[in-house]
Design a protein around this ligand. Structure first.
Ligand code: PLP
Length: 456
C-alpha cells in the first residue's frame, strides 16, 4: 500500500476515494454514502480487505487473474526487467528481447497460422487496432469499400470509442456518441431470454443466419469482418447453442468475411483449452488477447493475426501503434505468466479437475427456487435468476434489481460474484481447488437463500 495511505482507517480511505477517484462503470455519487471496499492483498483465489475479511474472488479480478494472486515469480521478473530496461518503444525499427520472446511464444500457442502479434496496452486498444487493421487489409487488397464490421448486441469488446462501438451494449452507446459508422449489430444467441418456443438448436442456427442476412442486406462487397467472443462474457456468460458456431464459420467462409475471435476473456485456459476458439472449434483470422495474457499482473493486450493478414499489412507502413505496444516489463511479466500456465499444466487442471467439479455443482444450483438455467464452459459460468423457471420469464422488478440484491448478498458473505441484469456470473482463478469450489458453492447457496427471503 502507498506510504501516504497505509496508516489510514478504512472509513478515511473510503472518504478520500469517494472525493477524488472516479471509478469505471460506477455511479460515483453513491460511493460517498457507501464507500468502496478497500482490497489490500491477495493469495491464490482469496482476497483480503482493509478490515481483514477473507473474500473468495470467483471473478478472478475482472476475469483476468488466471494463475491466482500472489505469484512472486511475476513480481521478481517485473523488478528485474525494470532494472534492466524499464521502457523502450517498438516503433521505428527497434525491438527488445522480452517482446521478441513473447511474440514467438504466442505464435507457438495460437492455433493455425496465427503467427503474428500486434501489441497493445489493453483489450480495448487491441480491438481498436483490429478495426483499423482489417479495414486497412481490405483497402490494401483494392477493396476499401469492405469496411463494415458486424458484431452482436450485448457483446462487450472494450470501452474506447472504437471498441465500445464494436460492443453491443446499449447503455454504452447511449453515452458519448457511439457507435462510430460502419459497425452493424445482429442479435445474440441467448436462448434462455430470447429463444421463445424454439428449440435451442433451431434458435442457435437462426441467430447465426442473421449474419448471412446482414451480409446480404449490407452487400457482400461491404463487409470486412465479423467479431464475437467465443462465449459472451460481460454480456452475462451467454453460451450459444451447439448449432451456432458451425453456422457462423460456414457463413464467414462462404462470403470471405474475416472472423475476429475476441479471446480477451476466453483466452489462456479459461475454457479448458488455451483459446476459446479451440474449445468451440472455430478458425479465426484474428484473435484479440489481454487479461489472462499476464493474469492481470501487468496491463497488456494484443491482436494475433494470420500469416495472410500480416503479409498484406507488411507491404506498407501501418500508421498505428501505442507507446506501450510491447512494453518490456509487461511483456516479461506475460511471458513468465505463460511459463507458469504451461509448466504447471493449469489448462489441464481446468479441463480435467476444476471445470468438471465446478460444473457439476453449478448445475445443481438449478435446484434452488430462484435459479432457472445454469451454464458453464470451462471455468466461466452463469445462472439465470427467475420467478418462473418453466416460463423463463424475468422478474417484474426493474431488470437487474434481483441480480443486484444477490450480488450484494454474495459480497456480504465474502464471495465475489458479478451480476449482469438478473444473471449471476463466475469466472474464478484457474488454479481454484475442489475445496475452494465447495466454499464458493456454499457461499453462493447462502446468498441465494438470503436473496430469496428478501424477495418474499
Ligand atoms: N473484450 C472482451 C471480451 C472483454 O471482456 C474486455 C474486458 O472486459 C475487453 C475486450 C476490453 O479489455 P480491456 O478492459 O483490457 O480494455
Amino acid at each position: 500500500m502507498s506510504s501516504i495511505t497505509n496508516h489510514l482507517p478504512t472509513a478515511e480511505l473510503q472518504a478520500l476515494d469517494a472525493a477524488h477517484h472516479m471509478h469505471p462503470f460506477t455511479a460515483n455519487g453513491g460511493l460517498a454514502q457507501k464507500g468502496a471496499r478497500v482490497i489490500t492483498s491477495g493469495n491464490g483465489v482469496m482476497l483480503t480487505d482493509s478490515e481483514g475479511a477473507q473474500i473468495l474472488d470467483a471473478m478472478a479480478g475482472l476475469w483476468c487473474v488466471n494463475i491466482g494472486y500472489g505469484r512472486e515469480e511475476l513480481a521478481d521478473v517485473a523488478a528485474r526487467q525494470m532494472r534492466e530496461l524499464p521502457f523502450y518503444n517498438t516503433f521505428f525499427q527497434t525491438t527488445h528481447t522480452p517482446v521478441i520472446a513473447l511474440a514467438a511464444k504466442l505464435a507457438e500457442l495460437a492455433p493455425g497460422d496465427l503467427n503474428n502479434v500486434f501489441f497493445a496496452g489493453s483489450g480495448s486498444e487491441a480491438n481498436d487496432t483490429n478495426i483499423r487493421m482489417v479495414r486497412h487489409y481490405w483497402a490494401m487488397q483494392g477493396k476499401p469499400q469492405k469496411s463494415v464490421i458486424i458484431s452482436r448486441k450485448n457483446a462487450y469488446h472494450g470501452s474506447t470509442v472504437g471498441s465500445g462501438s464494436l460492443g453491443g451494449m446499449s447503455g454504452m452507446h447511449a453515452q458519448g456518441g457511439l457507435p462510430i459508422p460502419d459497425i452493424h449489430h445482429i442479435n445474440q444467441p441467448n436462448w434462455w431470454s430470447e429463444g421463445g418456443e424454439m428449440s435451442p438448436e433451431d434458435f442457435g442456427r437462426a441467430r447465426a443466419q442473421e449474419l448471412e442476412q446482414a451480409i446480404l442486406d449490407l452487400g457482400e462487397d461491404r463487409v470486412a469482418a465479423f467479431i464475437a467472443e467465443p462465449v459472451q462474457g460481460a454480456g452475462g456468460v451467454i453460451v450459444a447453442p451447439d448449432s451456432y458456431w458451425p453456422e457462423i464459420q460456414r457463413i464467414c467462409d462462404k462470403y470471405e468475411i474475416l472472423l475476429i475471435a475476441d479471446e480477451v476473456i476466453c483466452g489462456f485456459g479459461r475454457t479448458g483449452e488455451w483459446f476459446g476458439s479451440q474449445t468451440l472449434n472455430i478458425r479465426p483470422d484474428v484473435m484479440t488477447i489481454a487479461k489472462g495474457l499476464s493474469s492481470g499482473y501487468a496491463p497488456i493486450g494484443g491482436s494475433i493475426v494470420s500469416d495472410e493478414i500480416a503479409s498484406v499489412i507488411a507491404q506498407d507502413e501501418f500508421n498505428h501503434g501505442y507507446t506501450y505496444s510491447g512494453h518490456p516489463v509487461a511483456s516479461a511479466v506475460a511471458l513468465e505468466n505463460l511459463r507458469i500456465l504451461e509448466e504447471e499444466d493449469i489448462v489441464g487442471h481446468v479441463r480435467n479437475i476444476a471445470a468438471p467439479y465446478l460444473q457439476e455443482k453449478w448445475q445443481a444450483l438449478t435446484e434452488h427456487p430462484l435459479v432457472g438455467e445454469a451454464k458453464m464452459v470451462g471455468l466461466m459460468g452463469s445462472i439465470a435468476l427467475t420467478p418462473d423457471k418453466s416460463a423463463r420469464v424475468p422478474f417484474k422488478a426493474e431488470a437487474g434489481t434481483v441480480g443486484y440484491i444477490c450480488r450484494e448478498r454474495c459480497f456480504a458473505n465474502n464471495l465475489i460474484m458479478r451480476h449482469v441484469g438478473d444473471r449471476m456470473i463466475v469466472s474464478p482463478p484457474l488454479v481454484i481447488q475442489p475445496d475452494e469450489i465447495d466454499l464458493l458453492i456454499e457461499r453462493a447457496w447462502k446468498s441465494l437463500d438470503e436473496c430469496h427471503s428478501e424477495l418474499r
